[in-house]
Design a protein around this ligand. Structure first.
Ligand code: ATP
Ligand code: MG
Length: 286
């Protein structure tokens, strides 16, 4: 029987939508939602399993799934021997220590002998050990941010993105101990057939990511400024230059990293470029 790649995704939570979207953009179709626990793709040899995120590294280690998408925070916390295949760039967040807003903070040594509530005892323990701080770590599985107000702990260590949850619980962020984003993890030592499928998937993921970071640029340039303008638009090989119907002008097409575009835009305009269009790219194959 031909190989079927088994891929574990978070059923519903902060990783789910972007994970589903990523496969959609890779042209891999499958059904999800309405309480489904698994689903076979209709156009790629893959079966998707929908799970709690905490369970995904374990299932990947045990070989129940070949691949999974989790936050790096969860991958490191669970300590399972899985390999990180690729960073995915979404679900970015940080793991931070926070204390009540009215309490002074001089540095991490302030936590010496204190109680800290967290769902990440391993990450926090490693960090504190590295700083030479001895503290009591209380592992709780959710609603960590209320621990100080109910007298359970003097500090918390929790996931932060905007900081609004901390703020509404009267806490302030004092130290970031870990930065995380979604990653694709794999079972080590996949057989050759499955590895070939992983490579195929990874090729698509990289094409989708490259397209997101780049824009297709079209502009009109006076011919005497072409050298100057094309130097600012390197493109995948070099820009395409075609004459316009108007004498003395050309149309220039190129692909540019979006950040580079914003950095060069003033120089491009100052050189005489007009009618500049910035167009999204759907896929980008190197
Ligand atoms: P599950 O029910 O699957 O166990 P959960 O409640 O443990 O879900 P979520 O809150 O959905 O987990 O978060 C999943 C992952 O998304 C986290 O481990 C983290 O990597 C990332 N994450 C958490 N909070 C945020 C946030 N506010 N912004 C962006 N990413 C986040
Ligand atoms: Mg979870």
């Amino acid at each position: 029987m031909a190989s079927l790649l088994r891929i574990a995704l978070q059923k519903s939570g902060r990783l789910s939508e972007d994970s589903y979207q990523l496969f959609k953009e890779c042209g891999i179709r499958f059904d999800y939602g309405t309480g489904k626990l698994k689903s076979v793709s209709s156009n790629f040899p893959a079966e998707f399993l929908f799970l709690r995120d905490d369970d995904i590294p374990g299932y990947v280690e045990d070989g129940v799934a070949d691949l999974g998408i989790v936050g790096e925070n969860v991958a490191v916390e669970t300590g399972r021997p899985v390999q990180t295949v690729h960073k995915l760039g979404f679900s970015k967040c940080r793991l931070s220590i926070a204390i009540p807003r009215g309490v002074d903070w001089a540095g991490i040594q302030d936590l010496q002998g204190k109680n800290i509530a967290t769902s990440y005892p391993n990450l926090l323990g490693t960090y504190l050990a590295g700083e030479g701080v001895q503290a009591e770590i209380h592992e709780i599985s959710g609603s960590v941010e209320i621990a100080p107000s109910i007298g359970l702990a003097e500090a918390v260590c929790d996931i932060v993105s905007s900081g609004s949850t901390l703020l509404s619980n009267g806490l302030k962020e004092v130290e970031t101990i870990f930065r995380s984003e979604a990653i694709l993890i794999a079972r080590p030592a996949l057989d050759a057939d499955k590895q070939a499928l992983v490579d195929k998937l990874l090729f698509r993921i990289k094409s989708v990511q490259a397209a997101k970071n780049n824009k297709y640029i079209v502009l009109n340039a006076p011919n005497d400024a072409l050298d100057q303008i094309t130097a600012l638009l390197p493109g995948m090989k070099s820009p395409t230059v075609t004459p316009l119907a108007t004498e003395g002008w050309s149309s220039v097409h190129s692909v540019l990293n979006e950040n580079e575009f914003w950095e060069n835009i003033e120089a491009i305009r100052a050189a005489g470029a007009e009618g500049i269009l910035v167009i999204p790219i759907e896929k980008m194959i190197y």
